[in-house]
Design a protein around this ligand. Structure first.
Ligand code: NAP
Length: 340
């Protein structure tokens, strides 16, 4: 099969595109014929070696995929709910998506085929394209875990998220709206601001031109602050948190920001840090099935900024780095690649 893989960490140029043996769906694995994959910042950190991970050799890059079940391994037992009903059907020909591959020794997804443990696979709703399912995978689960598992968001609350047109941010905006919260966000230009409004944000602040502090003050105290920046301003965040507000922290491995303790604890605020890849398969599946429900009902839409063939994975990593690390990209939405 064709695959995008690395033999050693390094810059995007270390990504090879070539032939590797087809994976086998042994044990509890399912062989998926990949149709689409999407790039996430973590793909670039793992490829660069800045996030040390146990990697198979060669290592196929990527976490997310959408495709079609080709073969089901001999020990696959589809997951059941508390009443013993099958929650996910896995049979040859079924359309499925997954995330959280390419981590902790698991092989990645940027290939024509992937053998994925059944516990990470979810159905794709009939009306949802594979490119959209792939684009929403890791970012959707991340937004869901942050808002609901950690942030315990309730209808009617106020949410702030930085980067409302970003991968995670765009999911946070739409999911918070889907449960009846009101959302304030930031965007880097007029086009992105307009998009955030279309996604349901009530207040959109151009972070390059406008006074965030003033405009957030007018919006009112924030119950849940979802911080996506790698160098967050926690003085700003805590200043705008409501009493008993929750601060969600999920980016910036090297960040050591100043933390304003006094105004934080005296108003009973809480901070939650998390990395989506630590969530159990059951927790990720619960998020995934809710994502499916919202996408099927048109309440959650994928933002896709660029579609490339799988052979252009190195270029896709360059574009993702420009966006996330250098902040100088005009790309709006996810980078999706289609398998041959
Ligand atoms: N903990 C986890 O499990 C987890 C999971 C997924 C991602 N992450 C991390 O979360 C971060 C975001 O990921 P992503 O996939 O959403 O990245 P992304 O698609 O590149 O989005 C980044 C967003 O940040 C916005 N931004 C950049 N500088 C800003 C500033 N100074 N003020 C306000 N907004 C600014 C950008 O807005 P404009 O485009 O409008 O400039 C963009 O929307 C990354 O660091 C990633 O590693 C963590």
């Amino acid at each position: 099969m064709k695959a995008a893989f690395i033999e050693r960490p390094g810059p995007p140029e270390v990504i090879c595109y070539g032939d590797l043996p087809d994976p086998k769906p042994d044990g509890s694995k399912v062989l998926v014929r990949v149709e689409a994959v999407s790039v996430n910042p973590i793909d670039t950190y793992i490829r660069a070696g800045s996030v040390p991970m146990e990697l198979p050799k060669p290592y196929i890059v990527g976490c997310d995929l959408a495709g079609v079940v080709e073969e089901v391994g001999p020990d696959v037992t589809p997951p059941l709910d508390a009443e013993g009903r099958q929650i996910v059907r896995l049979a040859k020909g079924d359309r499925v998506w997954c995330s959280n591959q390419g981590m902790f020794g698991r092989q990645g997804t940027f290939a024509q085929y992937a053998a994925v443990d059944a516990c990470w696979l979810y159905p794709i709703p009939a009306a949802v394209a594979s490119t959209d399912a792939a684009a929403l995978a890791l970012v959707g689960i991340t937004a869901h875990l942050g808002l609901f598992t950690h942030g315990k968001l309730r209808p009617g609350e106020k949410v702030f998220v930085n980067g409302g047109s970003g991968g995670v941010g765009s999911c946070v905006v739409q999911m918070a709206r889907a449960v009846g919260a009101s959302v304030a966000t930031t965007a880097g230009n007029d086009q992105k601001a307009e998009l955030c409004r279309k996604l349901g944000a009530e207040l959109v602040i151009d972070y390059r031109r406008e006074q965030i502090d003033k405009l957030l003050g007018d919006f009112g105290p924030i119950d849940l602050w979802f911080e996506t920046l790698r160098e967050p301003d926690l003085e700003l965040a805590v200043r705008h948190l409501a009493p008993r507000g929750r601060l969600i922290l999920m980016a910036g491995r090297d960040a050591r920001p100043v933390f304003p303790l006094g105004p934080f604890y005296t108003r009973d605020c809480s901070a939650y840090g998390f990395a989506m890849f630590n969530a159990t398969p059951d927790k990720q599946r619960a998020a995934a099935l809710q994502i499916n429900d919202w996408t099927a009902r048109g309440l959650l839409k994928a933002l896709i900024g660029k579609v490339l063939p799988l052979s252009e994975t190195a270029e896709a990593h360059r574009l993702q780095e420009e966006k996330t690390l250098l902040g100088r990209s005009h790309l709006v939405g996810k980078i999706v690649l289609v398998a041959p």
